[in-house]
Design a protein around this ligand. Structure first.
Ligand SMILES: C[S@@+](CC[C@H](N)C(=O)[O-])C[C@H]1O[C@@H](n2cnc3c(N)ncnc32)[C@H](O)[C@@H]1O
Length: 267
């Protein structure tokens, strides 16, 4: 099978596989979440501002924790994800938590054939664009679903992080997009010892690729920040420097780990 050509099938199966493990992981703390804990981090909360009464499109929502967290803050939220297992669980979770968040299962590139609405905000975060081959198509989707003057909020792992091998010992991958990266992994970032193995297809995207795709598609950049920590303990060889702030121990604060940007759709 040509993995790059069949990336949607491969990645859907991989995320379906991971979802079951994630639901039972300490990392996603489902019990705490059901009891009211927000899954959102300071970085994106600061950029989102007051979302009460706002309509939000949440791209690549996994099984809906961030989507439901946003709805708990008073927003009307629509979450979208490729994984049918994740969306199935998101809908159950919304019911269980009495959230009015709604969910759509599809490839984000295919969203215009499932949804016809414009939103105050489009939001997507942490572990998203690496699953997408074409950021021009990604930015077109963001622009299509934003109202005029609507705001895009994006928090993502820094492209520098994806240059390293799993233990952050050597530079293994290209900073720039040099085509599909096809690999097989055991376990997942949320449970490294989980007894699952899956193939996946990913792409690295440098800063200029991300930012130019947004500009070309009618968005104006309002802010861009880089952070020397990750709010998630999802990498190897980490140290927690403050609650919910993780670095690679032997690299200390030498590398950026996360970036976040906001952009507005020009009228
Ligand atoms: C790392 S998760 C999203 C991160 C989220 N912040 C979380 O931790 O819950 C990435 C999600 O992207 C979804 N995904 C991957 N490729 C996609 C595509 N082409 N269209 C829509 N969703 C996709 C996966 O199914 C997965 O749920």
């Amino acid at each position: 099978m040509d993995a790059e050509k069949n990336y949607l099938t491969i990645n859907k199966e991989s995320w379906n596989n991971k979802t079951e493990v994630h639901l039972n992981s300490e990392f996603y703390d489902l019990k705490g979440f059901i009891n009211g804990k927000s899954s959102l981090n300071e970085i994106e909360l600061n950029l989102l501002g007051d979302v009460k009464g706002k309509s939000i499109l949440h791209l690549q929502c996994h099984f809906g924790q961030d989507t439901i967290s946003l709805s708990r803050l008073g927003a009307q939220v629509t979450g979208v994800d490729l994984s049918d297992k994740a969306i199935e669980k998101a809908r159950v979770l919304a019911k269980e938590t009495k959230s009015d968040a709604r969910f759509i299962c599809c490839d984000i590139y295919d969203l215009p054939s499932h949804l016809d609405q414009e939103f105050d905000l489009v939001f997507t975060s942490y572990g998203t664009i690496g699953w997408l081959p074409d950021l021009d198509k990604w930015a077109k989707i963001i622009s299509r679903f934003l109202k005029p003057n609507g705001k895009f909020v994006f928090a993502e792992f820094h492209p520098v992080v994806w240059m390293f091998d799993d233990d952050f010992e050597n530079i293994k991958y290209n900073y720039f997009n040099s085509g599909a990266i096809v690999e097989t992994e055991s376990g997942t970032y949320a449970d490294k010892n989980a007894d699952i193995t899956q193939e996946y297809v990913m792409w690295n995207h440098g800063f200029s690729e991300v930012i130019n795709s947004l500009i070309i598609n009618g968005l104006t950049l309002n802010s861009l920040d880089e952070f020397d920590y990750s709010p998630y303990n999802c990498f190897n060889k980490t140290i927690e420097i403050e609650p919910k702030k993780y670095r690679i121990k032997h690299l200390d604060n030498k590398i950026p780990m996360v970036y976040a940007l906001t952009a507005t759709k020009v009228n």
